[in-house]
Structure formats: C-alpha cells, structure tokens
Design a binder for this molecule. Structure first.
Ligand SMILES: NC(=O)c1ccc[n+]([C@@H]2O[C@H](COP(=O)([O-])OP(=O)(O)OC[C@H]3O[C@@H](n4cnc5c(N)ncnc54)[C@H](OP(=O)(O)O)[C@@H]3O)[C@@H](O)[C@H]2O)c1
Length: 270
C-alpha cells in the first residue's frame, strides 16, 4: 500500500508551506488546493467545490487550513466569512468525518479568563472569531477534528505572520504599534506544522486539541524579544494599550500538547 494521501487546503497561506513540508518529512503523499498555485485551483467558497476537489484528488485525510483569516476582512463581509470559515469546514467534516482536521484559533475565546483549556466555552468577540467558532460547532457535530492555534510567527517571503509584520515595518522605517495588554501563547509556524502533521493520523486524538506556544506573553513583549533575538532596532515599536472591544485581552491556550523548543529558540528562528 502507498503512502496515505493528505489534502492540504490553504496551502498558499502563511502556514501552508510549513505544513506541506512537515507532512512530506513524515512520508505522506501531499496534494494541495488553493485559489491558484495548488494541485487543484479552486475557489472553495463556491458551492459544490468541496465535492469536486474530494473526487478529483481522492485524499485519505484533509488538513483544512483555508480561511478568511484577517479580522478586518471578516468584519467587512460577515456573510462570506461565515461561508468560508464555518460552512466550508462543516461540508468537509460531513464528507471526511474524523479524517478531517480543522485549524481554528485562540480568538474563539473572549480573553476574560485565560489561559483556556480545550473544554473551555467559546465566546468570540470579533466576527472572525464568531465565524471560526461556528465552523468548530459544525465540524464537531459532523465528527471532524479541531486544532486550535495561537498567534503564529516565522519567516515568510511575503512578510506574513506576527514576526513578518515586524520585519516589514522596520525594513520600511515605519512605526508599529504593539499592544501591551493583549496576551497570547505565540508559536513558530514550523512547530505548529509539526504538531498538525502528528495529529493528522492520530485516530485516538481528542476531538478538540490546543497547540499552545511555550510561553504566554503580550504582543509588545513578543516584539521586543523578537528584535533582541535578531539585533533589530526596536525604536520603531510603540507600546500601546489596546482599547478595541473586539480584541480579546488574554487568549493564552493551555493543553497537554507541548512544543519541543523554547520561545527564545523559536524567536531566533523567526
Ligand atoms: N496565522 C495565525 O497567526 C493563525 C492563528 C490561529 C489560527 N490560524 C488559522 O490557521 C489557518 C491558516 O492560517 P494562515 O495564517 O496560513 O492564513 P492565510 O495566510 O490567510 O492563508 C489562508 C489560505 O486560505 C486560502 N483561501 C482563503 N479563501 C479561500 C477560498 N475561497 N478558496 C480557496 N482557498 C481560500 C488562501 O488562498 P489565497 O492565496 O488564494 O488567498 C490561503 O491559502 C487558518 O485556518 C487560520 O484561521 C492562523
């Protein structure tokens, strides 16, 4: 029998290339779907597209990364956010059951009672969080699996992710405001990808699993430590207290899964 085939949706996103590499290292036959640049070029928001992709690529497992992941985009078009972030994972779970893993977010929590374990009740504040929590619910009802991810960072040619944003701002001589009162458990995308690749075929895994980073820290502290690790001048980073009611203050995740590297080791590789 050949290697199990894993379909990665959203392979052109920030996390996608890390996940594809981690799966290939583990010997999986990886196929990808994205609006352009994947093995299947498909707009997954179109009805019927899931079935068409499933039939064309015939995967054994689906690692579903594709999402409308920017809070501002979701706030601007909540209907499309619901379609992409909720209905679409629901359709994949209906088809693949526990052979489907949906990547969700720490932003499904309201940030008033962090750190959050897997059993904590969701109470999203933003439309992004609302759409992902709705996706979780549909996936759960249909027997799919859910991995909640924290703030991700790591090298990216397009400057995406939490560290890419800092590098881009500093390289362009632009000031960047970083919240002193927004706490997360940041995780390097390569470590997140390793965790997700382990989970894909782990049949005894719990239905909902957290992949927390090694430490809880504020966005401001993250920025300072990232600059220190790379000898970057942090003078353009501006510490600001967040007043935005749609941004939860402390969505630190907890759970049994542990990253192998320390935050400092991850930051040095960011
Ligand atoms: N990055 C983080 O800090 C973070 C934290 C927690 C959870 N997550 C979750 O992790 C997953 C991956 O995040 P990411 O940072 O890699 O996101 P991203 O960079 O925004 O990438 C999103 C991916 O989804 C694809 N996509 C969006 N709409 C689509 C559609 N209608 N049809 C087909 N493909 C579509 C995009 O394709 P195009 O290239 O065509 O746009 C892209 O490949 C998401 O589910 C996100 O919610 C991310």
């Amino acid at each position: 029998m050949g290697a199990a085939r894993v379909l990665v949706t959203g392979s052109t996103g920030f996390l996608g290339p890390f996940v594809v590499a981690a799966l290939r290292r583990r010997g999986f036959d990886v196929v990808t779907a994205a609006r352009s640049g994947g093995d299947a070029a498909v707009d997954l928001a179109q009805r019927g597209s899931c079935a068409a992709v499933a039939e064309a690529l015939a995967p054994d497992y689906v690692l579903h990364l594709a999402a409308m992941s920017r809070m501002a985009d979701c706030a601007a078009d909540p209907e499309l956010a619901h379609r992409v972030n909720a209905e679409l994972p629901g359709e994949l779970a209906a088809r693949f059951g526990d052979r489907m893993l949906f990547t969700s977010t720490d932003l499904v929590f309201d940030g008033r009672a962090g750190p959050y374990g897997e059993r904590a009740a969701t109470a999203p504040l933003s439309l992004y969080g609302v759409s992902k929590a709705a996706g979780e619910e549909l996936v759960r009802q249909r027997g799919g699996r859910i991995a909640r991810l924290p703030l991700l960072f790591g090298p990216d040619p397009r400057g995406r992710g939490a560290s890419g944003m800092i590098r881009t701002a500093l390289a362009g001589g632009r000031a960047l405001t970083l919240y002193t009162n927004e706490y997360r458990t940041p995780l390097h995308a390569a470590d997140a990808a390793t965790g997700l690749a382990e989970l894909v075929t782990l049949r005894a895994a719990p239905q909902v699993l957290h992949l927390p980073g090694p430490e809880r820290c504020s966005r401001w502290e993250f920025g300072r430590r990232f600059c220190a690790a790379h000898g970057l001048d942090a003078a353009l980073l501006c510490p600001v207290e967040c007043q935005d009611a749609t941004r939860p203050r402390d969505t630190a995740l907890s759970g049994e899964w542990r990253a192998v590297r320390s935050l400092d080791a991850m930051l040095a590789d960011g």
